[in-house]
Design a binder for this molecule. Sequence first.
Ligand code: OFO
Length: 169
Amino acid sequence: NRLSIPIEKILNHQVKKEATASQIYLSLGAWADSEGYAGMADFLFRHAQEERNHMIKVMDYIMERGGRVKITGIDDPVKDPENLQECLELVFTHEVDNTKAIYDIVNLSQEEKDWATWNFAQWFVKEQIEEEALVLDLLDKLKVAGGTKATPESLLYLDAQFNKMEDEV
Ligand code: OFO
């Protein structure tokens, strides 16, 4: 059976959200690079690509179910952070917001008894657990290094660690 109108709409909304996420990571990556955090910039740019892959995953699913993908404009990304702490907090807030959007898809698919979409959304439910945990881990590392009071030496060390962060899907 084809996607219902409300499910098609919420999935297209998610296509835009993933594109916006990619834009946010690009923007924060550009900020990190300009501040000299090459490792962090590299991590954020790689993650921007990951968000784009998420967008395409949702698009593929819409098309597979006989729906119509609608590509819209993307909102402006967040404004530049003041420091690394704020940068990571912005990323975390964004991921929490995305988790809510995924839960909205799960709820709607349950209401509509669209179990294929419900099942599809579970991949994202799991992904969000990983993404939130990853950012919390980065925030923890920064906290150990002294947070906003971290010395340049510890920030340099930390930045090198970010560069080594594993890529995901
Ligand atoms: Fe950051 O995750 Fe997409 O969905």
